[in-house]
Design a protein around this ligand. Structure first.
Ligand code: AMP
Length: 402
């Protein structure tokens, strides 16, 4: 890849500003609920401190729209968890600008770690929702950039957003803004899959809505050899083909778009043959498997056994697979079979690069215990979708070229 990486930067004795993704769940008693994202950032942080850099970490946590949002969105619990994981102290600075922050940075010794308060504290000033971070206020990016010598962006999850802590800092440090290891990995896997795939390249798209994924389908139609459609979005395609959908999820205003996609796609698009239908949206609903038309009073909540076999047949020779969106309502055990079967099958494809594109599909493969068998699980839902749409991600674009 042509972007600068952390390995290209001078780190010894340098103040290394780092954008990480510590947007983790915080429990009601103020503890980190799930530290996956903190763990994922460790390789880059460790690399910086092992090379005697001063690691100055920036992250957002949740959204802040009013002063009262601030206390529950403090990064303090994250600093504590990070300190445990690194097995060394982490200096936590409870503010995002000013003398307290500047002094703390200037007092750092080589190899130390400092975490700045939630960057989105800047979104609310004196009770007003000013969005300095989320709106990429030019002064804020410039100020944060002035606090360090070099910049490392390891937060792929926010790369589709243009914020002061990613785009703002990077553009104020030309030639010195690099990708961290996590970011580098995401660019490599998603980038190669879409732009330079080993063929056959099969995309699997699922989830609730067609409307969220029209851009992805459009872009991948030119790139992929086959596109498998499952999940709720399949039934808008059913409607477009004149197949009865009963009470299944259908986006009526997207039926025309679905028709256009079907016309353009020819046999590239693979739709479910049969479905598990239920008489209510409930794990304990009465269910049956039906092929084709779905009667009123019944809704399709998972793909059926013939469809699983059909999808596996399409996937068996694939060399690259990108998966975004579950095949059914996987949160309810009785409708998780399709998603589980596809996840398990991908795990058996030894000669293929299998990539899961973040969001609900990541949750699904983790919940179903098949994550370990896949090549790459993206850390960013929105960011990976934007990537799959073929759009430029501002956070990546702002990283310096080699
Ligand atoms: P998305 O965020 O678009 O990837 O959608 C994920 C959501 O789609 C999950 O919460 C699934 O329960 C839901 N979903 C998948 N299949 C169906 C379906 N057949 N009917 C309704 N919802 C579904």
């Amino acid at each position: 890849m042509a972007k600068l990486t952390v390995e290209d930067l001078p780190l010894e004795g340098k103040k290394v500003l780092m954008r990480v993704d510590f947007n983790v769940p915080i429990t009601d008693d103020g503890k980190v609920g799930d530290d996956n994202r903190i763990v994922a950032a460790l390789p880059t942080i460790k690399y910086v401190i092992e090379h005697n850099g001063k690691a100055i970490l920036f992250s957002h946590l949740g959204r802040i729209k009013k002063e009262e949002d601030k206390p529950s969105k403090s990064l303090k619990p994250v600093a504590e968890r990070l300190s445990n994981l690194l097995n060394k102290p982490v200096i936590f600075v409870p503010v995002t600008e000013g003398k307290q922050l500047e002094d703390a940075i200037n007092n750092m010794k080589d190899g130390e770690v400092l975490l700045v308060q939630n960057t989105r504290y800047e979104d609310v000033k004196n009770g007003e929702y000013v969005k300095r971070e989320s709106g990429n206020d030019p002064e804020l990016g410039k100020y944060w950039a002035s606090l360090g010598d070099v910049y490392v962006n390891d937060a792929f999850g926010t790369a589709h957003r243009k914020h002061a802590s990613n785009v703002g800092i990077a553009t104020n440090m030309p030639g010195k803004a690099a990708a961290g290891f996590l970011m580098e990995k995401e660019i490599k896997f998603l980038g190669d899959a879409v732009d330079n795939p080993q063929r056959p390249f099969v995309a699997i798209l699922g989830g609730a809505k067609v409307s969220d994924k029209i851009g992805v389908i459009d872009h991948l139609l030119d790139k992929a050899d086959k596109i498998i459609i499952g999940g709720g979005m399949a039934y808008t395609f059913y409607a477009a083909k004149g197949i009865k959908t009963g009470d299944s999820l259908v986006e009526k205003d997207k039926i025309d778009v679905a028709k256009q996609i079907l016309d353009k796609a020819g046999d590239k698009l693979v739709l479910p043959i049969d479905n598990v239908v239920a008489d209510k949206f409930d794990n304990d609903a009465n269910t049956k498997v039906v092929e084709g038309d779905i009667d009123d009073g019944w809704m399709a909540l998972d793909i059926g056994p013939k469809t699983i076999a059909e999808f596996e047949d399409v996937l068996k020779d694939a060399k690259t697979v990108v998966w975004n969106g579950p095949m059914g309502v996987f949160e309810k055990p009785n409708f998780a079979k399709g998603t589980l079967a596809i996840g398990k099958f991908l795990g058996t494809l030894d000669n293929a690069t299998t990539i899961v594109g973040g969001g609900d599909s990541t949750a699904a493969v983790k919940q179903l215990g098949v994550a370990d068998q896949l090549t790459h699980i993206s850390t960013g839902g929105g960011a990976s979708l934007t990537y799959l749409e073929g759009k430029v991600l501002p956070g990546i674009a702002a990283i310096s070229e080699k």
